[in-house]
Design a protein around this ligand. Sequence first.
Ligand SMILES: [Zn+2]
Length: 70
Amino acid sequence: MAHPIAPAVTPAITPLSVKAIAPWAVLFGILLLTLLYFVGAEQGATSLISGEAVHEWVHDGRHLLGFPCH
Ligand SMILES: [Zn+2]
């Protein structure tokens, strides 16, 4: 008994608009800048969180990205 092969259905591809992407780009930009702050500048006088926990947690990333440390 032969089974007919169903034709492949390709979903319609709609192009993304800048309007649709803009809020996500802003959100991820803010998240990346926050992460960059914690990796690059969260120590000493610019520290928002007291103690060394954040600095120690991101210490390897700090050296990997070339920020001055110690
Ligand atoms: Zn270091």
